[in-house]
Design a protein around this ligand. Structure first.
Ligand code: GLC
Length: 536
């Protein structure tokens, strides 16, 4: 790949959940060769970088987020040779590849943990977080697992508790131990030396725990953690000040590579100032601390505007904003925002000032697939029934065509999760042929983004006044101005363009075929959004 230290600033990232993208060997689970086969599709779509959720060897208790070997590939997904082929084939097409890196915990089957667990004097004992019971036998403090229940598991054989902030099968590493730091930094080097273009760092906010293991306080009434079923605020388990030192070390390591790999953080923080701190004091931590506000917002113009203003205002000088609207942990955007709004959400994501991360299938309008209890497999959903937390609905197989199994798996296979019932109509092959499809909408949008520097890196200003229920903004660069106007509501709205110079050219609409000139008043139909090149 050509060297360009700021490549990530202009990139559109695309998340692949590898179990569900493309199954090349008919076992019902997607794999690396499957992704490889679909690279031409991704290049044609017009994205720049893939982020692939974990493909490491794993007992799959948390579908790969329980890593049992950081330096290999699970046979379910292929092998190191398949990984190398994928990197080479992606790079040939100008696509970068970002790996998932899971630093907070390993699988309980990892050789480090197996050794750690042997006895209190094991040389690896202190690689994980072990504590004695309190005198009454209870756990050392009140910490709870994000997936539900106590975060401490009693290990009968060695007579201590170990900490797991997720599943019992996902023991937390002890990042205060320099040997762990060194071993896990070597993992970064292992993949960088194989040519990966960066990492998305999983659950990284939890890596360092409060030194004295203080009890967490009860959740506040309006806490976002309460909605996830937590009874305690993760005050002493999340977002500890020592994390920044660890992140600056990671970043220095990555910056030592001439390919300029990107460091992306899974930073679930909803206070914009707290989130902004993860760029680092000298922009020396994450280039992309994921901004998840778009996974929590209602589809309302005023709420979106308020959140954008607060976020942009909190950014440190020189930082590049970013946006995530969906991923493998939350409901799909076409379900959350309503199917009527799915293209508008795509337009918003790809035209705001900031780096967009798409989620596979959004480009064809995939929605959550209802999954009954008999077919549910997500450990979080299964532990929190009734909380609408299950992640299976957003992880279903990609819909490639109308054949049995949607072209994801061959007809004889049984995909690991059910397919959407409408896959025969809603799929890549059908949408390729239909000029008015969501796929062609996304392709046009991604092409326009590449063609217009204003959209990739231009200035950003809200347009006022606009009718209630509309959000409008102008992106500008090199004398070019592009207007984005989004109608969040189910009634038509008219936006007065006279203050903006009065006229322009309609480049893209969520609803109509672009029809050239726009006069001084732009009328948006229900749920319609438009991208307009303003007259100079
Ligand atoms: C992150 C991942 C999620 C996983 C968890 C534990 O939040 O995105 O899928 O279950 O970490 O690794």
């Amino acid at each position: 790949m050509p060297e360009n230290r700021d490549w990530w600033k202009r990139a559109v990232f695309y998340q692949i959940y590898p179990r569900s993208f493309m199954d090349s060997n008919a076992d019902g689970v997607g794999d690396l060769d499957g992704i490889n086969r679909r690279l031409d599709y991704l290049a044609e779509l017009g994205i720049d970088a893939l982020w692939i959720s974990p493909v490491y060897p794993s007992p799959m208790k948390d579908f790969g987020y329980d890593v049992s070997d950081h330096e290999d590939i699970d046979p379910l997904f292929g092998d190191l040779a398949a990984f190398d082929r994928l990197i080479a084939a992606a790079h040939e097409r100008g696509l970068r590849v970002v790996m998932d890196y899971v630093p907070n915990h390993t699988s309980d089957q990892h050789r480090w943990f197996r050794e750690s667990r042997l006895s209190t004097t094991s040389p690896k004992r202190d690689w994980y977080i072990w504590k004695d019971a309190r005198p009454d036998g209870s756990p050392p403090n009140n910490w709870e697992s994000i997936f539900g229940g106590p975060a401490w598991h009693w290990d009968e054989a060695s007579g201590q508790y170990y900490l797991h902030l997720f599943l019992q099968e996902q023991p937390d590493l002890n990042w205060r131990n320099p040997e762990v730091v060194e071993a896990m930094e070597n993992v970064l080097r292992f993949w960088l030396d194989r040519g990966v273009d960066g990492f998305r760092m999983d659950a990284v906010m939890l890596c360092i725990k409060q030194a004295d293991f203080r009890d967490n306080p009860p959740v506040a009434g309006d806490s976002p953690w309460k909605k996830l079923g937590l009874t305690l605020e993760p005050l002493h388990t999340l977002n500890q000040p020592e994390l920044h030192h660890m992140l600056r070390r990671f970043r220095a390591l990555l910056d030592g590579y001439p390919s300029r790999p990107v460091m992306i953080g899974e930073t679930w923080l909803f206070d914009p100032a707290e989130l902004a701190a993860y760029y680092g004091p000298d922009l020396d931590e994450f280039q992309i601390p994921f901004n998840f506000m778009g996974t929590r917002l209602p589809w309302e113009a005023a709420a979106v505007r308020d959140a954008l203003e607060a976020y942009y205002a909190a950014l440190p000088e020189g930082a590049t904003p970013n946006f995530v609207l969906g991923n493998h942990d939350v409901h799909r955007l076409a379900t959350r925002f309503g199917y009527d709004n799915h293209r508008s959400a795509g337009l918003l994501l790809l035209t705001l000032w900031g780096i967009p991360t798409m989620y596979y299938g959004d480009e064809i309008g995939m929605q959550d697939v209802p999954i009954g209890p008999a077919e549910s497999v997500d450990p979080w959903g299964l532990r929190r029934p009734g909380l609408d937390i299950g992640r299976d609905p957003a992880r279903t197989p990609m819909q490639w065509d109308a054949t049995l199994n949607a072209g994801f798996s061959p007809p004889k296979a049984k995909p690991w999760l059910p397919l959407a019932s409408n896959y025969r109509e809603r799929n890549v092959a059908a949408q390729r042929e239909d000029t008015a499809s969501t796929l062609n909408f996304y392709k046009a949008l991604l092409r326009l983004r590449r063609e217009h520097p204003a959209l990739q890196r231009g200035g950003f200003a809200f347009v006022d006044p606009v009718p209630g229920g509309v959000l409008a903004y102008v992106r500008s660069a090199e004398g070019q101005r592009l207007l984005v106007a989004i109608n969040f509501e189910a009634s038509a709205k008219t936006v007065d363009l006279s203050a903006l110079g009065g006229a322009g050219e309609l480049l893209l609409s969520t609803h109509a075929t672009p029809a050239g000139a726009v006069a001084s008043a732009l009328t948006l139909g229900p749920h319609e959004s438009a991208l307009i090149l303003l007259s100079a």
